[in-house]
Ligand binder design. Sequence first.
Ligand code: IPM
Ligand code: MG
Length: 371
Amino acid sequence: MKKRIAVLPGDGIGPEVIKQAKKVLDVIAQKYNHIFQYDFALVGAIAIDKTGNPLPSETIELCKKSDAVLFGAIGDLKYDNDPKAKVRPEQGLLRLRKSLGLYANIRPVQLFPSLIERSPLKENHIIDTDLIVYRELTGGIYFGEKGRSEDGRLAFDNCSYSVNEIKRVAVMAFEAATRRKKKLTLIDKANVLETSRLWRETIQVISTDYPDVEIEYLYVDNAAMQIIQRPNQFDVILTDNLFGDIISDEASVITGSIGLLPSASIGKKTSLFEPIHGSYPQAAGKDIANPIATILSAAMLLESFKMYQEASAIRVAVNRSIEQGLVTPDINPSSHVTCSRVGDIISLLIESNTPKEINFENMFEGSLPVI
Ligand code: IPM
Ligand code: MG
């Protein structure tokens, strides 16, 4: 199969983790006889530096004509430290989500059994955690009218949702629940927010089409607590743009590192795949970032092409490399390998039909990064 993949490495560790994911995709292409054409484009702070625009029109055009987008990360300290900056890297990603109509952001949170002791949470609290967050991605407070009063001493960000915006992501979440453990938790703040009450009303109507799915409603403050206390009670979580952003970062703690969690953003046509972590500028250029979230995002990308066997080959290789302890310092500060070494190992595991012959001991050699 021939596919065009738009690659947007972005800022900070973005280019490093993208490089590893591309390495893995190259091995998949070779092994399974596919042709992946990669077209690179600018987004984020690097795009501002080079063009003055965090999302140049060539980038949007390229994404629109591609079969999928692989995205690294965006954000840069110089903007984080300057709240007055008018042009910001994040605008690049937000505009891209809007222009591609990516209204559903899917973030699976699964435990790697060999990493259970790496989680800061107690094993008996997290065992069997397997949840998936459906976050609305093109509405809510992120995209509402925002501004300042004339004297600049008052600011506002509006949050609004239409029934249709809620419905289209909710239907995806209900469909996912029917394929999974048939439980859907709507996370909102319906005791305070009108938009949350519209979410509840809309979900109640849709639920009549899904009589097998058990529905639970949780206020976001309570949910934030329960996700840490008893994450294994959740199956599908459905929530709005802002709550989904916060809850999914929180949920990543369960697995031991945010560097492990991939995501897919689905919408009208071209889908986008990105790790849920940020650009981690402090680590940029040091070859210490964890590429697994991006590599697993590439696996989700392959699933969107219906290349299930290929995606599964990536997951198996990722699991094996983690089981062997070949991980970056976020997972094991006292024994680790570099970001590029993790990419090499996963590629080698995919290439090799006889993984037993691989000498894992050698893989640690000469690879300890300088932090
Ligand atoms: C995410 C990120 C983005 C968001 C930022 C970079 C704009 O945190 O994808 O979760 O808030 O959506
Ligand atoms: Mg986030």
